[in-house]
Design a protein. Structure first.
Length: 101
């Protein structure tokens, strides 16, 4: 094998290796789980002040955990506000659905 053929073969293998890097990173990103937050309420009586207070406390903890990766205080606060709004909206929808049954 001549030096030019060896160099060409190494260059083509290096090109293939470099081309495979973005594809390898895409496969790991595809399996990444989206962020998830949940608030357990089955044991709470939301008709009482104590139940609503416990719910708000659990919601605050879940929002803080969910938004803990945000890098600035402003984005953490905005994230927590968004989480609270979304969970409250889902709870309201669940209560409305349950009241129809």
């Amino acid at each position: 094998m001549t030096l030019s053929k060896l160099t060409a073969r190494i260059a083509s293998m290096a090109t293939l290796a470099l081309a495979a890097l973005p594809a390898a990173s895409l496969t790991t990103a595809a399996y990444a789980q989206p962020p998830h937050a949940s608030v357990q309420i089955a044991d709470l009586n939301l008709a009482t002040a104590a139940g609503r207070s416990a719910y708000q406390h659990r919601l605050d903890i879940a929002a803080r955990r969910f938004c803990s990766d945000e890098t600035t205080l402003n984005t953490q606060a905005a994230c927590r506000t968004g989480v609270r709004a979304e969970v409250n909206a889902k709870l309201a929808g669940a209560v409305q659905f349950a009241s129809r049954s």
